[in-house]
Design a binder for this molecule. Structure first.
Ligand code: UDP
Length: 237
């Protein structure tokens, strides 16, 4: 089904698809990277876990009427998506203080944000994905003011859905990163992936991390915690 490799990112390969214009195949890799590529390791089986977890979540979001690029899971590591032009913004939603915001603004880890905070980062590896404001986002991308508002509204709606999905498996959604893309029709939809690579998830009872922080901080076995997350989600469906 897949033909030419269009692009290779840190976590996924992106292929064109034969006989299916307007679609792409994403193939999840086994690589884990952190600190803008400064730490890297290969974990055999990570691609399958993230493909399964992301497919599970996108299926739920699609069912809930949130427009996403996701069409279907094709194999252990591959999924079919609608082709979008990625908007070069990383939209981070924070329910609780963790990670970069604790260092940048000297906010105590674990401080709750109510209402949740939205932060925008410019998607540019060479620049180290800098934090930007709304005016920068409008200048650096082709979205207009009302589309930026639409993206923020969708991010908060997705936060509500994800919070619910993870709470059902005894996990607190601390923060996460989203990317949006534009379909050929002009419509903006949720793209990329939602996985333990892009979310912080803490066990509500034990406070154990079920996300990439175990790799970033060297505090646990990445494959074991990603598998634990997938097993919890599957047990619910
Ligand atoms: N995140 C991501 N990709 C990035 C940067 C952040 O998926 O390039 C996610 C990260 O996993 C966390 C949230 O966005 O769930 C907030 O990350 P933060 O800004 O705290 O950055 P970090 O702690 O990784 O430096």
């Amino acid at each position: 089904m897949k033909t030419d490799l269009l692009y290779e990112g840190k976590a996924k390969l992106v292929y064109q698809v034969r006989d299916k214009t307007g679609h792409l195949v994403l193939d999840y890799k086994n690589d884990a990277t952190a600190f803008n590529g400064g730490k890297k390791e290969v974990f055999t089986g990570k691609g399958r876990l993230n493909n399964e977890i992301s497919a599970y979540i996108f299926n739920v979001l699609n069912e809930q009427g949130i427009q996403t690029h996701f069409v279907e899971k094709l194999s252990e590591t591959e999924q079919l998506v609608h082709q979008t032009e990625i908007i070069p913004l990383e939209v981070v939603v924070r329910n609780v203080a963790a990670g970069s915001i604790t260092r940048r603004l000297d906010i105590k880890a674990d401080t709750p944000f109510n209402p949740p905070l939205i932060e925008l980062f410019y998607k540019d590896d060479d620049l180290g994905d800098p934090l930007i404001n709304d005016e920068h986002a409008l200048f650096l991308s082709d979205i207009n003011k009302s589309e930026l508002q639409e993206i923020k509204t969708k991010a908060l709606e997705i936060n509500q859905q994800l919070t619910r999905i993870f709470k059902a498996v005894n996990l607190q959604l601390v923060d996460f990163k989203l990317e949006f893309g534009r379909l050929a029709s002009g419509c903006i939809v949720l793209s990329d992936e939602i996985s333990p690579d892009t979310c912080r998830l803490w066990d509500i009872t034990t406070h154990e991390n079920l996300d990439k922080d175990v790799f970033r901080q060297g505090t646990g076995d990445l494959l074991e915690v990603y598998q634990k997350l997938l097993s919890r989600l599957e047990a619910r469906s």
